[in-house]
Design a protein around this ligand. Structure first.
Ligand code: UD1
Ligand code: CA
Length: 483
C-alpha cells in the first residue's frame, strides 16, 4: 500500500484550552518529553506533507515562539478570534490560498494519534475517491463530541454537535474525531458557505460534510480501531491518561527492541531517548530528553537521567544525572548527583553521596564516597579519598582543580582551587591544600597532633568517659606493676 502524500496538513491549535486551568497554553503542556502539539506535528511529518500548517491564536507569542524554535518547517497561521473550526480552516485558506490535492485537518491536542492511523484515513480517502473522509471512533462515552449521523445504508449524512443534537442523536456512540481528509479544491469552496446558525454561533467545520454531500460529492468515514488514539486532551486527567498510554507504547517498543524493563509501571521514558539492546532498566527510573543508554548498561533503581549518555556496561544506581557523560563500564551511585559537564571515563566511579559538576574523571579513576567535585579535571588511575571536597567557589569566582594521573588524594582533603595535584602525588588525610603538590610529593597541610594526658579526668570528672578512662588507666597501671 502506498500512502498518498497530502498536499497539506493543517493542525488547529488556536483554542484556549480553559479546562487545563493553566498559565501554560494547552498545546504546550509536556507529555513524554514533547509538547502536545509537537506530538501531532511529528505524526504529521511522517506523512510527508508538502505543507505543514498550524493555526494559532490563543497565547500567540508563546505558542508561535515555541513553534518557530521547535518546528521551523511548519507555517503558523494566526486566527485572531476563535470563531470555530470552520473559521480556522477558512482563515488558513484565505492566507495561504486554495490548496489543490488532499488536505488533512487535525488538532494540536491529540497526542496519541499515530501516523499509521492518519495514513489509513488517507488511503481510504483516496481509494474511495471521496470529497471528504472523516476519522470516527466508537467511544464508550460520547459526551461532548459531535455525533456521526448515517442513513440506513451506512452512508454519512452529517455531523451533529452535542449542543445541537436531539436526545436520539446523543445516543449515537460513533463520535467525530474532528480529523478529516479533504479534497482541497472542494474544501476551499465549501468552507466559505458554512453558516453560524447553531447553538454556539460558530463556523463549524463539520458543516462542510453536509454541504459537500448536498453538492452531490462523496462523503466517507474511516473508523479508528483504537478510540483512545483520537480522544483529545482537554484537562489534566486526560493528560495523565495520555501520558500513561504513550509511555506504555514507548516502553513496549524498547522491550521489543531488546531492552529489559523490570517494572514498566514505574518506568518513564521520553520519546527522544535511545536505548541499545540488553540494557536493563530497574524500577523507579525516568529517562528524559536526549538520554542515550548503550548496550548492556544497568540503570536504576530510583534513577533520573536527563540528556545523559551512559556507556556500554555501565551501572547507574539511585542517581540523578543532568547532561552528564558516563563512560563504558563506569559505576555511578548509589546516591550520586552528576550535574552538567560531568564526564566519567572508562571503568571510573562516582560512588555514594558524590556530587559532580563540570568535572572530568579519567579512565579507571575512583571517587567512591562523600565527595563534591566541582570544576575539576581528574586524570587516569586516580583515587579520591572519602569526604574530599573540591573547593571551587571562593564566594566570587569559580576556580578549577587539576588532579593528574595516578594521584592519591587522602580522605577529607580540601582542595582549594585553583590548585594542581601532580602526577602520582599524594595528599595527607585531612589536609587543606592551597598550593600545588609536585609530582610524586605528598602534600601535608594539617596541624601536628598533641595529646594532653588525663585531660578528661580533670575536665570531665564524673562522666561516663572519665569512668571509662579511669578503668583503662588503672588496668594499665596494674599490668605495668605485674611486669
Ligand atoms: C470539535 C468538533 C466535534 C468533535 C470534536 C473532537 C466542530 C464544530 N466540532 O468540537 O464534532 O467531536 O472537535 O474533539 O468542529 N480551534 C481553533 N480555532 C477555533 C476553534 C477551534 O483552532 O476557532 C481548535 C482548538 O484549538 C482545538 C480544535 O480546534 O484544538 C477543536 O476545537 P474545540 O473547540 O475543542 O472543538 P469541539 O467543540 O471539541
Ligand atoms: Ca476539544
Amino acid at each position: 500500500m502506498s500512502v498518498p502524500r497530502p498536499a497539506a496538513v493543517i493542525v488547529l491549535a488556536a483554542g484556549e484550552g480553559t479546562r487545563m486551568k493553566s498559565q501554560t497554553p494547552k498545546v504546550l503542556h509536556e507529555l513524554c518529553g514533547r509538547a502536545l502539539v509537537d506530538h501531532m506535528l511529528a505524526a504529521a511529518r511522517d506523512l510527508g506533507p508538502e505543507e505543514l500548517i498550524v493555526v494559532i491564536g490563543h497565547a500567540l507569542e508563546r505558542v508561535g515562539g515555541h513553534l518557530a524554535e521547535t518546528s521551523p518547517d511548519a507555517r503558523a497561521v494566526v486566527q485572531r478570534e476563535q470563531r470555530g473550526t470552520g473559521h480556522a480552516v477558512r482563515t488558513v485558506l484565505e492566507e495561504v490560498g486554495t490548496i489543490a490535492g488532499t488536505v488533512l485537518v487535525t488538532y494540536g491536542d491529540v497526542p496519541l494519534l499515530r501516523a499509521q492511523t492518519l495514513a489509513a484515513l488517507l488511503e481510504r480517502h483516496a481509494a474511495d475517491g471521496n470529497a471528504v473522509t472523516v476519522l470516527t471512533a466508537e467511544v464508550p462515552d460520547p459526551t461532548g463530541y459531535g455525533r456521526i449521523i448515517r442513513d440506513e445504508s451506512g452512508a454519512v449524512l452529517k455531523i451533529v454537535e452535542e449542543k445541537d443534537a436531539t436526545a436520539e442523536q446523543r445516543a449515537i456512540r460513533e463520535m467525530n474525531s474532528g480529523i478529516y481528509a479533504f479534497d482541497g479544491l472542494l474544501l476551499a469552496d465549501a468552507v466559505k458557505r458554512v453558516s453560524t446558525d447553531n447553538a454556539q454561533g460558530e463556523e463549524y467545520l463539520t458543516d462542510v460534510l453536509s454541504i459537500l454531500r448536498g453538492d452531490g460529492h462523496r462523503v466517507g468515514a474511516w473508523t479508528a480501531a483504537d478510540y483512545t488514539e483520537v480522544e483529545g486532551v482537554n484537562d489534566r486527567v486526560q493528560l495523565a491518561f495520555a501520558r500513561k498510554v504513550l509511555n506504555q507504547r514507548l516502553l513496549e517498543s524498547h522491550m521489543r527492541a531488546g531492552v529489559t524493563i523490570i517494572d514498566p509501571a514505574s518506568t518513564f521514558i521520553d520519546v527522544g531517548v535511545r536505548i541499545e539492546p540488553d540494557a536493563v532498566i530497574h524500577p523507579g527510573t525516568q529517562l528524559h530528553g536526549g538520554t542515550v543508554i548503550e548496550a548492556g548498561a544497568e540503570i536504576g533503581p530510583g534513577t533520573t537521567l536527563t540528556d545523559t549518555r551512559v556507556g556500554a556496561g555501565a551501572t547507574v544506581r539511585n542517581a540523578v544525572c543532568d547532561s552528564a557523560e558516563i563512560g563504558p563500564e563506569a559505576s555511578v551511585g548509589p546516591y550520586a548527583y552528576l550535574r552538567p559537564g560531568t564526564v566519567l571515563g572508562h571503568k571510573s566511579k562516582a560512588g555514594t553521596f558524590v556530587e559532580m559538576k563540570n568535572a572530568k574523571v579519567g579512565d579507571r579513576s575512583k571517587v567512591p564516597h562523600l565527595t563534591y567535585a566541582g570544576d575539576a579535571t581528574i586524570g587516569e588511575d586516580v583515587n579520591i579519598g572519602a569526604s574530599t571536597i573540591f573547593v571551587n567557589y571562593d564566594g566570587v569566582n569559580k576556580n578549577h582543580t587539576t588532579v593528574r594521573d595516578g594521584a592519591f588524594v587522602g580522605c577529607d582533603t580540601m582542595l582549594i582551587a585553583p590548585v594542581t595535584i601532580g602526577d602520582g602525588a599524594n595528599t595527607a588525610a585531612g589536609s587543606v591544600i592551597v598550593d600545588d603538590v609536585p609530582p610524586g610529593a605528598i602534600g601535608v597541610a594539617r596541624a601536628r597532633q598533641r595529646n594532653i594526658e588525663k585531660w578528661v579526668l580533670r575536665r570531665r570528672a564524673g562522666t561516663k568517659s572519665a569512668a571509662a578512662a579511669e578503668r583503662a588507666l588503672a588496668e594499665r597501671a596494674q599490668q605495668e606493676s605485674n611486669q
